[in-house]
Design a protein around this ligand. Sequence first.
Ligand SMILES: CC(C)(COP(=O)(O)OP(=O)(O)OC[C@H]1O[C@@H](n2cnc3c(N)ncnc32)[C@H](O)[C@@H]1OP(=O)(O)O)[C@@H](O)C(=O)NCCC(=O)NCCS
Length: 194
Amino acid sequence: MKVIPVTSADELAAALEIRYEVFVDEQGVAPDSERDHLDDDPRTLHCLVVTDEDDFYGGTVAPGVVPGIATGPPPGTVLATGRLIAPHTDVVHGEGSIMDPANPHIGRLAVLASARGTGAGRKAMEFLEAAALARHGAAGGVRVELSAQDQAMPFYEKLGYTVHGDGYLDEGIPHHDAFKDLGYASAASAFLMR
Ligand SMILES: CC(C)(COP(=O)(O)OP(=O)(O)OC[C@H]1O[C@@H](n2cnc3c(N)ncnc32)[C@H](O)[C@@H]1OP(=O)(O)O)[C@@H](O)C(=O)NCCC(=O)NCCS
C-alpha cells in the first residue's frame, strides 16, 4: 500500500466517503459535523492510503491470497484517510480540549473496517507527520497534536504520542488530547532517555 496526497476534488470525495462510512455510519457522529470548513482550507493536507501492485498480488490487505496470483484488491483501492491542519487554523474543539492552535493538528484518521490491522493507519500517520515536519518544522522540529478517541489511544501511543490534559466528550465520544515532538527535539529526548 502507499499514501498519496489529495490533489483533486474526486480524491477529496473519496476521503470524505471513508470518513462518512467510519465516523457517521459506524460511530454515529452527526453527518453535519463530519465535514467542516477545514476540509476546504487550502492549507489543509488530506491523504489517502491506497493499495498498490503488491497488494494486488498478495500483501497484507488480503491475507491468505497466493503470492504471485492477482487476487487482491486492484491497485488504487482506497483504504484510509487522514488530514493535517496547518497552525492557527484549527481553533474550535470539544470542550475540555487543550490543543494549542499554534501547532499543526492531525485529525479525521479513518481506516475502513476491512483494512484495519494492516498498517494502513500507521502509514497515513507517518505520511502526515513527515508533511508536518516538512511544512511546519522550519526551526528543525515541530510538535503535532491530535484529539484522539480513547479507544484509539493505544494506537497513537504505539506511534509515540503522549496523552495530555483531561478527558472530554466530542460528539458524545470520549477523547483525550495527545502530542508528539517531531524532528531534532524528539531525537534529543530519545537520546537523553537511553
Ligand atoms: C484507529 C485506527 C486508525 C488504527 O488504524 P489501523 O490501520 O487499524 O492500525 P495499524 O494496522 O496501522 O496498527 C499499527 C499498530 O497499532 C496497533 N493498534 C491499532 N489499533 C489499535 C487499537 N485500537 N488498540 C491497540 N493497538 C492498536 C496495531 O496492532 C499495530 O501494532 P504493531 O505495530 O505492534 O503491529 C483504525 O482502527 C480506525 O480507523 N478506527 C476507526 C476510526 C478511529 O477510531 N479513528 C481514530 C479517531 S481518533
